[in-house]
Each structure stands twice: as C-alpha cells, then as structure tokens.
Design a protein around this ligand. Structure first.
Ligand SMILES: C[S@@+](CC[C@H](N)C(=O)[O-])C[C@H]1O[C@@H](n2cnc3c(N)ncnc32)[C@H](O)[C@@H]1O
Length: 351
C-alpha cells in the first residue's frame, strides 16, 4: 500500500511520495498502521497522524522537511532524505502516534468547493429570493462561511474583497458569476461526526488531513478555520437521511431552503442515497426547495440529473441543481468540475 501510494502521490505531493517510498522499505514503520482499526488502515492515516504531531512540534528536525511548516517558519528544507528524520520522530512520539492511529479517521473540509456553489446560488436567489443554507455532510461547516470569503473566477470576475480567504476557480463556458455574494439569511450544517474548530485539537486534525505539500491549500484552510472561530458556525450532529427533513423545515421558516452536499453521498450506500433523495422529495412536496450537489456521478449513480455517461476521469464531479417548485422536481446538470473546485466547466444555465 505504501509503495502504491508513493507512485500515485509523487507528482502532487513529493514529500508524501518520498516518505511513502521510505515506509514501504521499512517493515517496522509500515507496521505502525496495524495499530489502526482494519477499515482505517490507509497510508494517509499514518501521514495525517504524523502531520498532526509535526504541527504540534514545529521545533523538531522533521518539521523543516514539511513545506507548509517550513514556509511558516521561514526555513529551507534540510539536505538529505526526509525518511531518517521521519523514523526518529515516529520513535520519539511512539505513544502519541499509536493513540492517534487507533482513534482518528481522516476527515476533510474543502472550501474550494464553495466556488462551485456560488453561481448556482445566484440562479436560485434570482428565482426564489434570499435563502437559508443547509449543508449536509458539512464536516467543520466551513462551506457555510462563503459570505466571508472572496472569489476570483478566471475568467468571470471577482466577488468580494478584504477577506483573508480568496478562492480561485478557473472557468469554461458561461457560468452566471454574480457580482456580489448571495444573500443568505441562515446557515446550518449537519454531519455524522462534526468537527468543532473552536477546539484546537480538532482544528489541528482538520489541518493535518491536508497534504503538507499543498501549502496554499493548507494556509487557506487555516484562514477559514480562523474565520469559523471568529464568526461561529452551526453544525449539528446527525444523519443525512433521517435528519435532513427537520433542518429543511427549520430553514424554510426564515428563507428559501437550499440544501448542499459535496463529496458526501459517496459515503452512503445505494439504498441510503435513494432514501436521502426520497427525504428531499418529501420536503419538496411541502414547500419549494433547492438542492445543489457536487458529487461523483460514478460513485453516486442514483442521483437525479447526473450525466448519463459519467466521464472516465479519476474523480469526476457533477454540479447539479435540483429544484422542487409547486411539488414538481426538476434536475439540471449545470457543470462538470474539479473535485476540489479548482475549475468548473459550465454546461448551460437552466431557465
Ligand atoms: C469528504 S467529507 C466532505 C465534507 C464537505 N462536504 C466538503 O465538501 O468539504 C464527507 C463528510 O460527510 C460526512 N458524512 C458521511 N456520512 C454521513 C451521513 N450519513 N450523515 C451525515 N454526514 C455524513 C462525514 O462525516 C464527512 O464530514
């Protein structure tokens, strides 16, 4: 597994590629992963746990090999291979590492995806007015904070200024980029295991799950976490299928309810996905409702409006607007996108 991971990650994440190569050659290091529950035994878990400890100990020799920590410290990467320092660090922190490996599971919150939602929100707002946002599978709830982020669409224009978070998204086609942020009257998240970023331990775990080679993504996440701590964010613990209806009803009391899901429904079984759509159908039968999803159509073939033949890319992501108006459901595949929101290819604006 470490050998495979090294091959696949070497281009996007040179440090993890190098470390993974080293672990593949060192049975004692690789065996650390056996501390984790069977279903969690993935190389990324070991790397996230070590990253968490590195972020807590930036003064240790290994830290300077991590591009994100080196950038923060303003130091150069030391000469020589990183694996020696990695091995020493794992030995010195063996007890903490084992505790983390046995209890943690990787969890992310990718704020780049808000750039995908904004043009669709603009369409919904034009049609249904100010909206109440319900993000299902919200993780730490950072994608509810789009009113506090700035956006650059290239081409397409800028939205907002002065935020510590700027999200850049390349565009193709004619996405309806709004000139201002949408008017959101409330934001509520729902997650099976919400992350509370006011707890520094949990915030650091979210950061540790980002690959240290992706310095810009790491810094952007840290800035979004700081906004979440400052502004507060409401993420409830619950299940996508059984609890979405109550949150939609709550949202509808203050504005037009808009549900979002992004890279969440692939964690559900096929039956659960169908039940989730049925729960939204039930909510949409009672009141007008919108659902914007950015999901993998290959892994989630049951969703309405997905492409008939999904592209064969490794992480295809379909951006779909589903609307219930007067009890009738209509779904439009509006864009193909990068899974983290780095680009979107607009396919057509629904009327
Ligand atoms: C890959 S993360 C995506 C988080 C966020 N939507 C984003 O785009 O960054 C998937 C999230 O879905 C949550 N999740 C998985 N199954 C769920 C369920 N049945 N009900 C609620 N949340 C769930 C996980 O806890 C996790 O936070």
């Amino acid at each position: 597994m470490f050998g495979d991971f090294a091959r696949h990650s070497a281009t996007a994440a040179p440090l993890y590629g190098e470390l993974s190569d080293g672990v593949a050659d060192d049975p004692e290091l690789a065996a650390l992963l056996l501390t984790a529950p069977v279903v969690q035994r993935q190389p990324v878990l070991l790397f996230a746990c070590v990253h968490w400890l590195v972020l807590a100990h930036p003064d240790e020799p290994l830290a300077a090999f991590y591009p994100n920590v080196a950038a923060r410290l303003g130091v150069e990467r030391p000469p020589g291979p990183a694996i020696e320092a990695f091995r020493a660090f794992c030995g010195d922190h063996a007890a903490d590492l084992r505790r983390l490996l046995s209890t943690r599971r990787t969890q992310t919150n990718e704020i780049g995806r808000t750039a995908l939602f904004l043009p669709v929100f603009a369409l919904v707002e034009r049609d249904a007015g100010p909206f109440a946002h319900v993000d299902v599978g919200a993780s730490a709830g950072l994608n509810l904070l789009h009113p506090f982020y700035d956006f650059s669409y290239e081409p397409g224009g800028e939205i907002g200024s002065g935020s510590t978070v700027r999200i850049t998204c390349g565009t193709r086609g004619q996405p309806p980029i709004p000139s201002t942020r949408p008017t959101v009257v409330s934001g509520t998240g729902l997650d099976a295991t919400p992350i509370d970023v006011r707890d520094p331990d949990q915030a650091r775990w979210l950061e540790a799950c980002v690959w240290p080679d992706q310095v810009e993504r790491f810094e952007r996440l840290a800035a979004a976490v700081a906004i979440a701590v400052r502004e507060g964010v409401d993420v409830r613990r619950g299940d996508a299928v059984t609890d979405v209806g109550a949150l939609v009803a709550e949202a509808a009391a203050v504005g037009h309810p808009v549900v979002t899901t992004s890279w969440v429904l692939n964690y559900l079984t096929s039956a659960q996905r169908l039940a989730f759509v049925a729960a939204l159908d039930a909510a949409g039968a009672e009141r007008d409702l919108s659902w914007v999803y950015a999901e993998n159509p290959t892994l989630c073939p049951e969703l309405p409006g997905g492409p008939v033949r999904p592209p064969s890319a490794s992480d295809p992501t379909a951006l779909v607007l589903v609307r219930w108006r007067g009890g009738r459901r209509e779904a439009v595949h509006v864009a193909d996108t990068h899974p983290h929101g780095r680009w979107l290819h607009w396919l057509g604006t629904p009327t």
